[in-house]
Design a protein around this ligand. Structure first.
Ligand code: ADP
Ligand code: MG
Length: 364
């Protein structure tokens, strides 16, 4: 039997930059998914502590993915892909248990997929190297589930480090751990899960992605990551919407690079204004925030946060604030009150420190 744990994640800064070949700065969360893989008598069975029933299928390839409930495709996807790659996968029982809330933008899906892939790698003796683990995990979400994720979630779930954020270049998928220890500076990363119902997410995501690709084509670059001067690029575009998209992506890439610089220099407090500028860019230029997340971001600032921003793809999800540690409770209270006053649903609040990426669990 092999047992692995892989974490969810929070992106500190760098939103919608991943599919533009740009930069992101996520960190792994203490919450995660634990997966065990063991031999079975017959077929492939998966069971989740967060879903009802055991799903059992006969060994086969991706073509069979329509036959199972969606959650099980996140687990069986790796087996189907290995089967299609010519690996002789024996009968198995795979059991998963996660404390990452689903659909909150904390990447419960990457925690699930990466813990499954790592446990399979060990149990089947696949001997995958870091890029092989990343590639299989991405293919599970992209090809088996059909979710167009850019790879950041899996990268940080696999490679996150305690006390560090992970600076990722999404063009070549290289990563570098950068120190991120707010507590050592009297600061706390406060997370507000707005629990706002996600609306229109898939359609809006697709529209942003198409718009960015169109802008890159018009500007004659491979991807918006290759634009360095936002104003100059914007002046060459006629379409107001594309101008806004370019301004967001190009300035957001610059903010990620600036964030990495301040963290390397030990000036974590200088992250605050970068967070706040990123939020304004997502609200005014990329237009992916909703009233609940704007309320959370503004209230955190008013309550003394050095900076705040929505994290994740948008239209709901979580907001993060860099808050003086002695003001965390007051800031949390202020957010709860502001949500009640505005008629938003009740948010969930928690603090987060950067945790380790995927690891084997021993001693069970
Ligand atoms: P996010 O990754 O932001 O949480 P996604 O929509 O990408 O949101 O992934 C959420 C989906 O992942 C759930 O709807 C479910 O299908 C699957 N999932 C995640 N964790 C589990 C789990 N512990 N058990 C079963 N399915 C899970
Ligand atoms: Mg996900």
């Amino acid at each position: 039997m092999a047992v692995w744990h892989a974490p969810g994640r929070i992106n500190l800064i760098g939103e919608h930059t991943d599919y533009n070949d740009g930069f992101v700065l996520p960190m792994a969360l203490p919450m995660g998914c634990t997966t065990s893989v063991e031999d079975a008598d017959d077929g492939w069975s998966v069971v989740s502590a967060q879903a009802s029933g055991t799903v059992t299928v006969a060994p086969s390839g991706l073509a069979d993915r329509e036959q199972v409930p969606e959650w099980a495709t996140y687990v069986l996807g790796a087996l189907w892909l290995l089967h299609d790659d010519g690996v002789d996968v024996p009968p198995l029982l795979i059991s998963v248990d996660s404390d990452v809330p689903t659909g909150a933008g904390l990447s419960s899906s990457a925690a699930l997929v990466c813990s499954v892939v790592c446990a399979l790698d060990e149990h089947l003796g696949l001997g995958l190297d870091p890029s092989g683990l990343l590639s299989l995990s991405r293919r599970v979400e992209n090809d088996a589930v059909g979710a167009p994720t850019g790879g950041m979630d899996q990268l940080v779930s696999l490679r996150g480090e305690v006390g560090h954020a992970l600076f990722c270049d999404m063009r070549d998928l290289t990563s570098e751990a950068v120190p991120f220890e707010p507590a050592a500076n009297g600061l706390t990363l406060l997370v507000v899960d707005t629990r706002a119902p996600h609306r229109l997410v898939d359609g809006e995501y697709a529209a942003r992605r198409r718009g960015c690709e169109e802008a890159a084509r018009l500007l004659g670059v491979r991807a918006l990551r290759d634009v360095t001067d936002a104003d100059e690029a914007v002046s060459r575009l006629d379409d107001e919407e594309l101008q806004r998209y370019v301004r967001h992506v190009v300035t957001e890439d610059a903010r990620v690079l600036a964030a990495v610089e301040v963290l390397r220099a030990g000036r974590i407090d200088a992250l605050g204004p970068l967070f706040t500028a990123s939020h304004a860019s997502m609200r005014d230029d990329f237009r992916i925030t909703v009233p609940d997340v704007d309320t959370a971001a503004e209230t955190l600032l008013a309550a003394g946060a050095l900076g705040s921003r929505m994290t994740g793809g948008g239209f709901g999800g979580c907001v993060i604030g860099l808050v003086p540690s002695d003001g965390v409770n007051a800031a949390g209270e202020a957010v709860r009150r502001a949500f009640a006053d505005a008629g938003h649903g009740e948010p969930a609040l928690f603090t987060a420190e950067a945790a380790a990426g995927a690891r084997a669990v021993t001693g069970l």
